[in-house]
Design a protein around this ligand. Structure first.
Ligand SMILES: *Cc1c(COP(=O)(O)O)cnc(C)c1O
Length: 381
């Protein structure tokens, strides 16, 4: 792309009457005010209230899982989900370096280390082939537990992330992890409502995690959810995220070192009103995606669309530019013209804080890091 005027004009035409076009803004056109006011009028704004229960029921339903637990944010949901999958001090977790920092921080909060494996070019998420190649070279099963022969540490979990709402190749990934006795924990923070072969992302792993941060499709202000088909694990997730207090009318007895990660009822109220609109938001975004798709095809630019057998929620839409020079001039020109665009994340190991962890070639991740740019993707009123 040598001149971006047409692209900027096109994006502006999709979001008329806006001085500045953000990447993703929340949309409160449902019962948000009513539900939030209800919590204030009832005084149940904090750790107890009907909206938390309602939210958990809605989340289990929409993710087609047995149990959902509401927590304060997606990062804490990841932290607890990993711990419940069996990750502990000194263990390793297979994941991608092309992700938001929370994926990796949640591993480190558990005293474990990430192993950065490559992504697929088509999904932009963790590659089953990369996981298989790594395990064939470094994996060893002893007493039913998978170890990394190089470090002698337990490989306690595998955490794929569904980048921008595009599902990874789940069938193959789950099959490989099952073969090596490695539990899968899905970072589905960006993929609420996305499907793989008709089933929701988040429902394929031992546990799945969603985020309700303000920049996601639906928001609770800040919030997260853990989902699982293992009811006992779900009950444990609730217990652990609510200070591990043993139920009693007035005594304080705690049977584990738990966390105060419970989602306040005030936030759950907002989340319930938002979830009621999730399907219409996704449809709205899919319409924008098809407009983008036609436009970018007409100017010969690659716009990312969902793969066969999947449904993407199109959380953040993106284009693939020819090289870093194109990418940088596109970013500069669009942002100067008040059309917000942003490059995909810098690969996590490029920061000195995270550079010492084991990783593979990262060939595809580097390719995408240099080319993928997010464009305005909000729900249009
Ligand atoms: C948003 C997000 C999270 C969780 O973020 P919170 O702000 O803690 O809710 C985790 N992983 C990924 C990939 C995300 O995009």
């Amino acid at each position: 792309m040598s001149n971006y005027t047409d692209t900027i004009d096109f994006i502006k035409s999709q979001f008329p009457n806006k001085d500045f076009i953000p990447l993703h803004e929340p949309n409160f056109s449902g019962r948000e005010k009513e539900y939030v006011l209800d919590t204030i009028e009832s005084t149940f704004v904090s750790s107890v209230g009907a909206f938390v229960d309602k939210f958990e029921i809605m989340m289990a339903e929409l993710s087609k899982t047995q149990k959902a637990v509401a927590v304060v944010n997606g990062t804490s949901a990841l932290q607890v989900a990993l711990r419940l999958s069996g990750v502990g001090n000194g263990d390793e977790v297979l994941t991608q370096a092309l992700t938001f920092i929370a994926t990796v921080n949640a591993i480190i909060y558990n005293g474990a280390s990430p192993v950065f494996l490559d992504v697929d070019l088509d999904t932009m998420g963790l590659s089953p082939n990369a996981v298989q190649a790594f395990l064939e070279e470094f994996g060893e099963i002893r007493d039913g537990v998978c170890y990394n022969k190089k470090t002698n540490r337990k490989i306690a979990a595998c955490m794929p992330m569904h980048t921008f709402g595009f599902p990874v190749h789940l069938d193959k990934l789950v099959e490989i992890c099952n073969k090596w006795n490695i539990p899968v924990v899905e970072d589905a923070a960006e993929s609420i409502g996305s499907e793989y072969k008709g089933m929701p992302t988040g429902s394929f792993g031992k546990l799945g995690v969603f985020s309700f941060n303000g920049n996601k499709i639906v928001t609770s202000g800040g919030g997260g959810a853990i989902v699982t088909n293992d009811i006992q694990l779900g009950i444990k997730a609730k217990h652990l995220t609510t200070t591990a207090k043993v139920p009693h009318p007035y005594e304080y007895v705690h049977d584990e070192i738990g966390y105060n990660f419970r989602m306040p009822n005030l936030n759950a109220a907002l989340a319930c009103a938002q979830l009621e609109q999730l399907n219409s938001f996704i449809q709205n975004k899919r319409n924008l995606a098809s407009e983008y798709s036609v436009f970018f095809e007409s100017i010969g630019v690659k716009f990312r669309t969902e793969l066969p057998n999947t449904k993407a929620n199109y959380w953040l839409m993106c284009i693939e530019l020819e090289n870093t020079k194109d990418r940088d001039s596109f970013l500069k020109e669009t942002n100067e013209k008040k059309v917000m665009t942003r490059p995909i994340w810098q690969l996590i190991f490029k920061s000195p804080l995270y550079s010492d962890f084991q990783r593979d070639s990262q060939e595809n991740a580097i390719y995408l890091e240099n080319r993928i740019v997010n464009i305005p993707s909000s729900v249009r009123k």
